[in-house]
Ligand binder design. Sequence first.
Ligand code: DQA
Length: 143
Amino acid sequence: MKKILILNGPNLDRLGAREPEIYGTQTMSDCLEALAELFPSCEIVYFQSNHEGALIDRLWQANDEGFFGVAFNAGAFTHTSVALLDAIRGIEIPVVEVHLSNVHQREDFRHKSLISAGCEGVIAGFGMQSYRLAVQALLARKG
Ligand code: DQA
């Protein structure tokens, strides 16, 4: 069974309650339940951390465990973290960058992603559907 890691960075443990006007009211567990139903042929594994190093460790672990790919919402670390870019570039499995909001419609500092250069692609602006689209993109990849 293909294992796909849904990886969430800082403050994304508060989805449903955090700035609902931007991120909506759905919780991550609602989203994961929907993903499990939509993709019964995959094992969807979830990890969230507010700590950069823990996210780096989880990326390498997913690589070493032969995961099929990663849908990664790095939260605010997207805009700051060279270390996450290095990890994404270092691992061999594909990573799709995910954002719930359309970061390009928001403050200037959210327009720049340091991690995009290492990712297969970017999905932003579709709320919780962004995770579904990222999993679909991973599954549609060749090779
Ligand atoms: C986010 C966008 C980031 O700019 C922000 O810091 C987040 C969430 C999104 O999913 O839209 O924490 O990654």
